[in-house]
Design a binder for this molecule. Structure first.
Ligand SMILES: *Cc1c(COP(=O)(O)O)cnc(C)c1O
Length: 421
C-alpha cells in the first residue's frame, strides 16, 4: 500500500495534489511519501517484534539525506556499501552502532573511517578482506566486530542481475568454507565474530529461497557455536520483493516473511538484523514526468516523455516494469491504445515500455511512474547533459525539495579546463 492515490480526479502524494508539485519544481522529478516510507519500516518492525531485532535500511535503494533522517528518526539502522554511504549515514545522525558495512570491495580508507567513526559490524565477503580489516583494526588498537557473509548456494529465482546467493555469484564465502574462516577470525588479533550474514538477492517474490537459505544459516549457527564461537546476531540481508503492477500476484508481506524468519531461526535466540531497501523505498516514490510529443510511427505510436533512461534506468537495465499512470485520472472505461513510452535520450534502450495500453494523452500532460522510489534516483546520471533529476519529499499537506535540479551553468562549471586550453 502507498500514499499516491487519485482524489477528485487527480493524483495526490499524501495530501498534496501532484500537479502542484509539478508547477513548483518542474519535471521530471522524484516524489517520495513520508507516510509510505514509515509504514514500510514499521511493517518490518512489527513482523520481527517476536524477538530482538534491528532494521538496517539498505540505503543504496534511495539515499537522500531527508529519506535517511526520516527513517533514522524512527529508529532504523543503516546498511552501507561504500565510504560515501557511511558518510551519509553519519550525516543523517545514525550512530555507528546502528551502521552495518556491507560490500565486497571495502577499501582500506573505508575500513579505517568506519572503525574511527564507529560501526556495528563489517560483513566480510572474502579472506583477503578479513586479513585487511584485522590488520587495520589491530594497528588502531581496536577490535572490529564482524560477520561473514555466507553464500548458501540458493537460487533466489529473481532477475540474473540481482541474484546474489548462487555459488557462481561474486558475493559471500561458500557456506562450506565458513567453519575454517571463523576459526581464522578467532586467531586474528583485530577481529571478533559477532554473527553470520546472508543476502541472496533482490525482488524475491517467493519465500521458499529465504527459508532454504535461513535453514542453512541455522545449521551453521549450531556448528559454529559448538566450535566455540559466540554467534549472537544473524544478519539476513534484504531482498523482499514489491508489487510493480497492481495486476500481478502480490509478493509476500513483511509479516509473512517475519514468520519464516521466526520459524527457521527463532529458536536460536539471536538478535535478527535485516537490510531491506526496495520494500521500504520502492513504493514510497514516483517519478513525475510530462509528455513532450505524441509521435505516430510506422505501425506504432510513441509517447515521448521528458523523463529518460538517465533518470530511471531500471527498464533499460533490468527489463523492469513500472506502471505509468496519467496524473489526471481518466474517466472510468476511457478508451486505451498501445504506445511505446520513450524518453528523449539518443539510445534505442531509452524505452520505458513497449505497446503499453495508455489512455488518451496530449502534449503537456503529466504522467507518473509508480514504484520508482528504490533504485531510481540513486542510479540517475547526467547522460546527454540532462540535469540530475530533483527529489521532493511530501509529508501530509507539505512538500519540500530535498535535492534541487542543478542549472546548466553549475553542471558545466564542475568541469575544469587544463591550462593548455
Ligand atoms: C542490495 C542489498 C540489500 C537490499 O536489497 P533490497 O532488495 O533492496 O531489499 C541488502 N543487503 C545487501 C548486502 C545488498 O547488497
Amino acid at each position: 500500500m502507498d500514499h499516491f492515490l487519485y482524489r477528485d480526479g487527480q493524483l495526490y502524494a499524501e495530501d498534496v495534489p501532484v500537479p502542484e508539485i509539478a508547477a513548483a519544481v518542474g519535471t521530471p522529478a522524484y516524489i517520495y511519501s513520508t507516510a509510505t516510507l514509515l509504514r514500510h519500516y514499521r511493517l518490518f518492525d512489527e513482523a520481527l517484534s517476536w524477538g530482538p531485532h534491528l532494521i538496517c535500511y539498505a540505503m543504496k535503494a534511495a539515499s537522500n539525506q531527508a529519506i535517511l533522517k526520516t527513517l533514522a528518526d524512527a529508529g532504523a539502522g543503516m546498511d552501507v556499501v561504500s565510504g560515501g554511504e557511511y558518510a551519509r549515514a553519519k550525516a543523517a545522525g545514525v550512530p555507528g552502532d546502528r551502521i552495518v558495512f556491507s560490500g565486497i570491495g571495502k577499501t582500506r580508507d573505508e575500513i579505517r573511517t568506519a572503525l574511527e567513526g564507529g560501526v556495528r559490524q563489517f560483513n566480510i565477503e572474502s579472506e583477503p578482506e578479513m586479513q585487511v580489516i584485522s590488520e587495520i583494526a589491530a594497528a588502531m588498537g581496536v577490535v572490529a566486530p564482524v560477520t561473514v557473509r555466507v553464500n548458501p548456494d540458493v537460487d533466489a529465482k529473481t532477475h540474473a542481475k540481482i541474484a546474489t546467493g548462487k555459488s557462481e555469484n561474486k558475493f559471500g564465502i561458500p557456506i562450506a568454507r565458513a567453519r575454517g574462516i571463523y576459526a581464522e577470525i578467532a586467531r586474528l588479533p583485530g577481529l571478533k565474530a559477532v554473527g553470520i550474514d546472508v543476502h541472496i538477492g533482490s525482488q524475491l517474490t517467493d519465500l521458499d529461497p529465504f527459508a532454504l537459505a535461513y535453514r542453512k544459516v541455522a545449521a551453521l549457527t549450531e556448528t559454529l557455536r559448538a566450535d566455540g564461537h559466540d554467534i549472537g546476531r544473524l544478519d539476513l540481508g534484504g531482498g523482499l520483493g514489491i508489487p510493480y503492477t497492481r495486476a500481478n500476484d502480490a509478493p509476500p508481506l513483511p509479516v509473512e516473511y517475519g514468520a519464516v524468519v521466526q520459524r527457521e531461526l527463532g529458536h536460536l535466540g539471536c538478535e535478527i538484523e535485516i537490510e531491506p531497501g526496495r520494500l521500504i523505498a520502492g513504493n514510497a516514490g514516483i517519478l513525475l514526468s510530462r509528455v513532450i510529443y505524441l509521435k505516430e510511427g510506422e505501425g506504432r505510436n510513441f509517447l515521448i516523455l521528458d523523463a529518460a533512461m538517465n533518470d530511471l534506468i531500471r527498464p533499460a537495465m533490468y527489463e523492469a516494469y513500472h506502471d505509468i499512470v496519467p496524473v489526471i485520472e481518466p474517466a472510468a472505461g476511457a478508451e486505451q491504445s498501445p504506445f511505446d513510452v520513450v524518453g528523449p535520450v539518443c539510445e534505442s534502450g531509452d524505452t520505458f515500455a513497449r505497446g503499453r495500453m495508455m489512455p488518451s494523452l496530449r502534449a503537456g500532460d503529466l504522467v507518473a511512474f509508480r514504484s520508482a522510489g528504490a533504485y531510481g534516483s540513486v542510479m540517475a546520471s547526467e547522460y546527454n547533459t540532462r540535469a540530475l533529476v530533483p527529489e521532493v519529499l511530501v509529508k501530509n499537506d507539505q512538500f519540500a525539495v530535498i535535492r534541487r535540479r542543478p542549472s546548466f551553468e553549475e553542471m558545466i562549471n564542475r568541469d575544469s579546463l587544463p591550462e593548455w586550453l
